[in-house]
Design a protein around this ligand. Structure first.
Ligand SMILES: Nc1ncnc2c1ncn2[C@@H]1O[C@H](COP(=O)(O)OP(=O)(O)OP(=O)(O)O)[C@@H](O)[C@H]1O
Ligand SMILES: [Mg+2]
Length: 285
């Protein structure tokens, strides 16, 4: 009885490890059914707490990305080092819209890790999305003295917009995480190339940077949640970006490959199997 009360008191005080240890020892010694149920309850609450913590950290990270790129561009305009061109402001608007849509995700109450960042299928203009991403991130690249070169695919160059079936917001998050890593890890004076191609019905996006590269020992782990490369530590970060990329790609049926080596720069190749619906002439709208 005393151990049972001790466990319940610990639970009420939020000391879940202590409560768990009390109930575990009781179950072990007495197989008390009440202690068994309380142990299940402590485990359930622990899983909920971990899910909540992951959810908040992920949303914070994903809302921070578009806000940071919008801030970099607006600072450049206010400081007079960037012109307030319409295209540039369009990139800022797209970032603010992305952040605000992610804020709406906070209203969701996920019951499992798979329910974080749910997919909503829609038809969207992939050329406009790529353009917005290039515009959004170019301010942050420029502020760091990095050149961002965006090459549209041949179809877009011919003025035929591509419409894809997928989730525009989530595809935007995938691209932004990889692009922002390139900006973060590439030193001033470097270059980032952002290109898009669509062989058959796939969308293939390649993001190459001239940064320090990823050592062989880090390469197999970069998509793991919380993993940060040894050399990444001086730069701010939590090791969440590429885990979000892997999660969203799995949900969208896509994949990512990375080719890199110490001192050789880094290339991410992202493939998305997007059912091509139509091409419409008239360029990006
Ligand atoms: N373009 C790149 N150049 C060099 N290293 C990279 C690059 N992209 C990713 N990495 C390595 O992969 C690791 C994981 O990247 P990830 O985006 O998941 O986390 P992060 O950038 O460290 O932090 P966060 O994205 O949570 O702010 C990084 O810590 C870094 O070691
Ligand atoms: Mg990152």
């Amino acid at each position: 009885m005393e151990r049972l009360l001790h466990g319940i008191d610990a639970l009420l005080l939020g000391k879940s490890d202590e409560a768990r240890a009390s109930f575990e020892s009781l179950v072990h010694d007495t197989e008390d059914p009440l202690a068994q149920r309380l142990l299940s309850l402590v485990k359930l609450l622990g899983r909920r707490d971990r899910l909540q913590a992951t959810y908040l950290a992920t949303l914070r990270h994903e809302i921070g990305n578009p806000l940071s790129v919008a801030q970099a561009t607006l600072e450049g305009i206010v400081d007079g080092v960037m012109d307030p061109q319409r295209e540039r402001l369009r990139g800022v608007l797209a970032s603010v819209q992305a952040a605000s849509a992610l804020l709406n995700d906070m209203a969701l109450k996920p019951q499992a890790v798979e329910e974080l960042l749910p997919i909503r299928l829609e038809t969207f203009n992939i050329c406009a999305l790529m353009n917005d991403q290039a515009q959004s991130v170019s301010g942050a690249a420029r502020a760091k003295g990095i050149e961002l070169i965006y090459r549209q695919c041949g179809v877009a160059q011919r003025g035929e917009c591509m419409y894809f079936h997928g989730d525009a917001r989530r595809v935007g998050q995938i691209l932004q995480n990889v692009l922002l890593n390139a900006v973060r890890y590439t030193p001033a004076g470097g270059t980032i190339e952002f290109t898009c191609d669509n062989p058959e019905d796939d969308l293939v996006v390649t993001i190459t940077d001239t940064g320090p590269g990823i050592p062989d020992t880090d390469l197999p782990h970069v998509f793991e949640q919380g993993y940060r490369g040894e050399r990444a530590h001086p730069a701010q970060g939590s090791g969440l970006g590429l885990a979000v990329v892997a999660d969203l790609l799995a949900k969208l049926g896509g994949s990512a490959r990375v080719a890199s080596g110490e001192g050789k720069g880094t290339t991410f190749i992202i493939s998305l199997p997007a059912a091509r619906l139509e091409r419409t002439p008239g360029g990006v709208s």
